[in-house]
Each structure stands twice: as C-alpha cells, then as structure tokens.
Write a protein that binds this ligand. Structure first.
Ligand SMILES: NC(=O)c1ccc[n+]([C@@H]2O[C@H](COP(=O)([O-])OP(=O)(O)OC[C@H]3O[C@@H](n4cnc5c(N)ncnc54)[C@H](O)[C@@H]3O)[C@@H](O)[C@H]2O)c1
Ligand SMILES: O=C(O)C[C@H](O)C(=O)O
Length: 356
C-alpha cells in the first residue's frame, strides 16, 4: 500500500525527533500526546536527574522511569543525553522522558521540577579520597544549584556528588546567596552507607538484608560514616571483633568498590539503587505518606555542627524533622568525636568555597 503524504509527514516528524540536529525539543506527535498526558494531571511528580549520562545517572534514570510516582523525567548532562534519552524513552512505563544537553539547556531542564537528583561530577580512582574530588565537583555543584535557584527554587534536592560532606554546604551557600534556601529541601544522599550497613550486618547475623535496619549517622567519608550498631533492628548483639569488622567495612565500602573497579570509577549500580530508594522515600513523603524516615546529610541541630547525617522524617516539604541520635554506647561516642572533627573541616571547606 502507498503511504499517504500525511503519513509520510508524520514519519518525517517522528524521525526528526529521534535524530535532532541540535537536540532541539521539537515534539513528535507521540511526544506531544505524552506531554498532554503529563500536563493533564496524570498523578506523579516531575523529577530531573543532573548528570544523567554517567555511571550512576544511567541506571538511576532507568529506575526512575519505572517509578509509578514519576510523571515527567528530565535527563540533563553535558554529554550523551540524546542517546540516553532515546533509549530510556522506549520503556513502556508511565513517565514522560525528555533530554537536555549542555548548560544552555539547564534552565529548561529544571523548569517546574519537584525533585532534582544530582549525580553529576567526577568519581574517585584508587588512591584518592573523596575530598580529592573537591576542586572539580565543587564548581559543578555550584553551577547546577544556581540553575535550581533560578528555575525551580521550591524543588527538593537530593545531592549525590562527592564530597557530600562539602557539596551540601556549597549548595546551601548558593541557595542562601540567591535567597532561596530552605534547609528542609536540601538533602545529601547517604543512603548507600545504610544499604551497605544493612547488607554487611545481615551477612554477620545470617538474616535477609531486607529485614535489617542500621542507622548510619555523621557524614559520607571514612570515619565520618558512623554506623550505630547498638541500634540495629531487629535488636541483636555483636562481639567486639564483629563491631570492629562491621564498622571498618561500612566506613570503607566505597573504597572497596573503587579498588575492585581498578580505575574504572566508583560505585554506580548500588548507588543508583540507593538513590532510587531514597528518592522514592522523598516522593512518598511529598505525596503525604506518614512515617517515612530515612538517614540523610542535612542542616541539623543534633550536634554543634551545622550539617549532620541522621534519621530524618520526610514529608511534603522535605526533611520536616531531624530525629535525635538516640542512646550511643562508648564505642559510638568515641566514633562520633572523630567524625565531628573531620566533618567540621569538610563543612567549612564547602562554605569557604562560596564565601571566598
Ligand atoms: N553519595 C554517594 O553515596 C555516592 C556514591 C557513589 C558515587 N558518588 C559520586 O557521584 C558522582 C558521579 O559518579 P559517577 O560514577 O556517576 O561518575 P561518572 O563520571 O560516570 O558520571 C558523572 C556524569 O556527570 C556529568 N557531568 C560532569 N559535569 C557536569 C555538569 N557540569 N553538569 C551536568 N553533568 C555533568 C558527566 O558528563 C557524567 O556523565 C561522583 O562525584 C561520585 O563520587 C556519590
Ligand atoms: O567511594 C566513592 O568514592 C563513591 C561513593 O561515595 C561510595 O561510597 O561508594
């Protein structure tokens, strides 16, 4: 059968969308209908991933596309978003996916977003600390947060880029400068420490990791990662050797992966899983679900430091309550003092980066 000229035009329009010369956002007929669906009040939140083409960004985009709470998914990066977007957009799940490439499209990528997840930045190689990433990632986080302040100042931000102990204070200073700072809306993602702690503790106890809940407080680097093994659920006890082993393994989980990857980056797959677990908790809180509690690195008064990771109650406006640490044993009190010393320096480094 001869295709009609109308059909030819339709195919040409779809093809133009799939192979755009400058990754313009001209809509194919299918995308136009999908956009109507998104605008037409389909239940769900608008979520942007900044750094969406990276090792974390790609599996994170895949998993967010599956999340039924997401109606619109914006994928932003400085490279490769046309390919990642085309690929993810073929998944037959509800979220409408749009891609954005390069800084000139940052504003558009962020406009109207409810939740912004940031895994943009360079990862570690063997022999590096997370702080060694500061010089590159600090500037990236500053630029992206300036974009958020301009385009979606009410969005909740999940910040993954390392060093989290410094990038969260950087983000806070950017938001303060632009008059958009709401401490409840800025959350450093430390969920991977909890995910690892649950896994390693479950191994020692011979339990299913899904049954285990280990609070991990402090920050997200070395000794600042402080698992509270005295507060594990279900209640249990450990020998001193088990406590040393578990504390060290949880604190060095990131380095374990960096070394195993031998120069090819740091944790990406487990991080994407952890990021989605955390983002999903934020979205459920934003929807109004009660009793959503997760650990995150936030503005805090549980210690004398301005930022600290602990359990927070997630609600419609983000981290609505920062929960106290609860009773610590002597081992944990010593760990807390070490953690606070390093954290204070990392926080100050982030603040000074913006104030200099
Ligand atoms: N919080 C955590 O628990 C945790 C866990 C793992 C990794 N990380 C951190 O996440 C970051 C990303 O790790 P990865 O393995 O995905 O790295 P990656 O290099 O694979 O990906 C990073 C992506 O960021 C993009 N990018 C760089 N500059 C950008 C900019 N200005 N705007 C937007 N995108 C930009 C890159 O193009 C790349 O696609 C690293 O800093 C890493 O240390 C944090
Ligand atoms: O260890 C890293 O550099 C990445 C991340 O912070 C992790 O904990 O896996």
């Amino acid at each position: 059968m001869q295709p009609t000229s109308e059909a030819n035009q339709r195919i040409a329009r779809i093809s133009a969308h799939l192979h755009p010369p400058n990754f313009q956002m001209e809509e194919s007929p299918g995308l136009r209908r999908a956009n109507c669906r998104a605008k037409g009040g389909a239940p769900g939140f608008k979520v942007a991933i900044l750094g969406a083409s990276g090792g974390i960004g790609q599996p994170l985009a895949l998993l967010m596309k599956i999340n039924p709470l997401v109606s619109v998914l914006h994928l932003y990066d400085v490279v490769n978003t046309p390919g990642v977007t085309a690929d993810i957009s073929h998944m037959d799940t509800g979220a409408v996916v749009r891609g954005f490439l390069g800084q000139q499209q940052l504003e558009e990528a962020l406009a109207g977003m409810d939740l912004v997840i940031i895994p943009a930045g360079v990862p570690r190689k063997p022999g590096m600390t997370r702080d060694d990433l500061f010089n590159i990632n600090a500037g990236i986080v500053r630029t992206l947060c300036e974009g958020i302040a301009k385009s979606c100042p009410k969005a909740i931000v999940n910040l993954i880029s390392n060093p989290v102990n410094s990038t969260v204070p950087i983000a806070a200073e950017v938001f303060k400068r632009t008059g958009t700072y709401d401490p409840k809306r800025l959350l450093g993602v430390t969920m991977l420490d909890v995910v690892r702690a649950n896994t390693f503790v479950a191994e020692v106890l011979g339990l299913d990791p899904r049954e285990v809940d280990v609070p991990v407080v402090g920050g997200h680097a070395g000794v600042t990662i402080l698992p509270l093994l005295s507060q594990v659920k279900p209640p249990c006890s450990f020998t001193p050797q088990e406590i040393d082993y578990l504390t060290s393994r949880i604190q060095n989980g990131g380095t374990e992966v960096v070394e195993a990857k031998a120069g090819a980056g740091s944790a990406t797959l487990s991080m994407a899983y952890a990021a989605v677990k955390f983002a999903d908790a934020c979205l459920r809180g934003m929807r109004g679900d009660a009793g959503i509690v997760e650990c995150a690195f936030v503005s805090s008064q549980v210690t004398e430091l301005p930022f600290f990771a602990s359990k927070v109650r997630l609600g419609r406006t983000g981290a609505e309550e920062v929960l106290p640490l609860g009773p610590l044993n002597e081992y944990e009190r010593v760990g807390l003092e070490k953690a606070k010393k390093e954290l204070a320096e990392s926080i100050q480094k982030g603040v000074s980066f913006i104030k200099k």
